[in-house]
Design a protein around this ligand. Structure first.
Ligand SMILES: [Ca+2]
Ligand SMILES: [Ca+2]
Ligand SMILES: [Ca+2]
Ligand SMILES: [Ca+2]
Length: 142
């Protein structure tokens, strides 16, 4: 009898700790919702939209990000950011070359950047970089 109560308590404590886990955590199995290996573009966008960096960095609330808005938002992580995406990241992401990154350009650019082998799917090892950049101390941890 006592054992049963203890088991129940342990189970509810476990459930609570799951709820308390940070919403930001980039967990491969949470993001991979369609059962097919790898994170496709729509899974990526759904997962990444839990992250507030785009809105936080958009200092003038224009709905787009200039290079300087991103650089201000990234702050001290600029070097690591450039190393991750390459020095030409802004031009690459700015598909229509209007000197501003729209939300679509942002997600497309990030997706392409994390898909290191360019096979149009983010495999679990590639996804490790997403987790690092969204985790504690990463530039998306805003
Ligand atoms: Ca998938
Ligand atoms: Ca803006
Ligand atoms: Ca643009
Ligand atoms: Ca890939």
């Amino acid at each position: 009898m006592l054992n049963k109560v203890a088991t129940k308590l342990a189970a509810s404590t476990f459930a609570l700790s799951l709820v308390a886990a940070p919403v930001m955590a980039a967990n491969y199995s949470d993001w991979n919702t369609d059962g097919n290996d790898g994170i496709n573009e729509s899974e990526f966008r759904t997962g990444f939209e839990q992250n507030n960096a785009f809105d936080t960095w958009d200092a003038d609330d224009s709905g787009t990000l200039t290079q300087s808005e991103i650089e201000t938002g990234v702050g001290d992580n600029q070097q690591a950011f450039n190393d991750r995406y390459g020095d030409g990241w802004f031009e690459e992401w700015d598909a229509d070359s209007d000197s501003a990154i729209s939300e679509d350009e942002y997600y497309n650019g990030l997706y392409t950047s994390y898909d290191a082998d360019n096979n149009n799917i983010i495999e679990e090892p590639e996804f490790g970089d997403v987790g690092d950049d969204m985790g504690d101390g990463g530039w998306f941890d805003v």
